[in-house]
Design a protein around this ligand. Structure first.
Ligand code: XIL
Length: 368
């Protein structure tokens, strides 16, 4: 019986049992890049530029712990070109300067993300689907940081299996250019920096619930299509925004998912790891254990995949985490002096007072 890759993908969709089984495609495919077989993945941290020169405890942890830094939000199009034609490079300059001084690598984040695209650009795209708008934005950044930014998230959060057109999110880019914008963006980025490692990156891919399952399948389809047409896609970023209320880590499915991605010839990365708690009333010990256990369940399968090159946490300390803006809000705990560590969501490696938590210990076992 001939089993095509498509059959395997369909099998993943209709038969959850199959998702945990060793993939036939994997058995038949040449081995994925062996470069990561004997070493641990790199550790990355999302940073804000003002953290880097502070000489603070937070900066010390960034300097000591990680090999890769990513702008948490200062690298977005809206942060770089809020006003049309008036580019601001100060944030990327600060981050690449720090990386040079401390011997770290940098990932650019993100060239295209609908949520952080300036309104003027959205208006222009809606009025006139002219690709030179996208090209000019890329040309503003890629050549300038050639060699300094080794990898870029080119398209961020493009999957939407609930409301999207054929699984692709309806956003300003999709409406203007069709689903093809993803391939075009990768090609444009590649033409401007042929050495850069180009990524797509998305969320809700690691937990055991129907939405994540559908999104894993859609990601596989998308990567299969992009690679089949020779698009310069080098890595897939799997955001690790774990939400404890949304089910356990789908270990068997994630293992199969990452293996299938590797078989398409891409590296994979856990790009935005943090944990949104669901039991803030419990003891600190229990809460930290739940966060660490979820982290361990993800890293245990992800780091066994030899195509996995890095694990990045979305921040370093609970003191400065975007999760503090989620419900229930914890701004008061953040504003306390000293910071009320128990009042914060505790989803990052260090608490609000920079005490390492069990999550940090788990990371230490899995990353370089
Ligand atoms: C978040 C930042 O952490 C926030 O500070 C900002 O206000 C919004 O963006 N997916 C992504 C990241 O790819 O860029 C997002 O970061 C979190 C979700």
């Amino acid at each position: 019986m001939h089993v095509s890759r498509r059959d395997i993908l369909t099998g993943l969709a209709i038969c959850p049992m199959m998702a945990g089984m060793p993939s036939i495609a994997r058995a038949m495919a040449p081995p994925a890049s062996p470069k990561n077989s004997s070493r641990k993945p790199l550790f990355g941290i999302a940073v804000r530029p003002d953290q880097l020169f502070s000489g603070s405890d937070l900066e010390a942890a960034i300097r000591r712990d990680c090999q890769l830094i990513v702008p948490e939000y200062h690298g977005q199009w809206s942060a770089v070109e809020w006003v049309r034609g008036e580019s601001y490079h100060g944030n990327y300059d600060a981050i690449t300067g720090y990386a040079r001084a401390t011997g770290k690598m940098v990932r650019g984040h993100a060239l295209l993300w609908d949520q952080m695209t300036p309104q003027w650009a959205k208006d222009e795209m809606a009025a006139d689907a002219d690709w030179s708008l996208i090209r000019n934005h890329f040309a503003d950044l890629l050549p300038r940081y050639r060699g300094a930014i080794g990898e870029w998230v080119v398209v961020n959060e493009m999957i939407d299996t609930e409301n999207g057109a054929s699984g692709i999110r309806r956003n300003a880019f999709q409406r203007a250019f069709g689903n093809d914008y993803i391939a075009r963006a990768l090609e444009t980025a590649h033409s401007l920096d042929p050495e850069a490692k180009l990524m797509i990156n998305d969320y809700s891919l690691v937990q055991d619930n129907p939405v994540d399952a559908a999104r894993r399948l859609m990601m596989l389809k998308l990567v299969e299509e992009l690679k089949a047409r020779g698009t310069p896609l080098h890595a897939v970023g799997v955001q690790g925004h774990i939400e404890l209320a949304k089910g356990p880590i789908a270990q068997d499915e994630v293992r199969a998912f990452l293996a299938e991605l590797a078989d398409f010839g891409v590296d994979v990365a856990i790009t935005e790891l943090d944990v949104l708690e669901s039991d803030r009333g419990a003891s600190i010990e229990a809460r930290d254990r739940h966060v660490a256990e979820a982290t361990e369940r993800l890293l245990d399968v992800a780091c066994a995949e030899r195509a996995l090159t890095s694990v990045t946490t979305w921040g370093v300390s609970d003191r400065l985490s975007w999760l503090q803006e989620r419900e229930p809000p914890t701004r008061e705990a953040q504003a306390c002096s000293p910071v009320d560590c128990a009042g914060l969501n505790r989803g990052l490696p260090y608490d609000g007072a920079m005490q390492a938590k069990p999550m940090r210990e788990v990371l230490g076992r899995y990353v370089a």
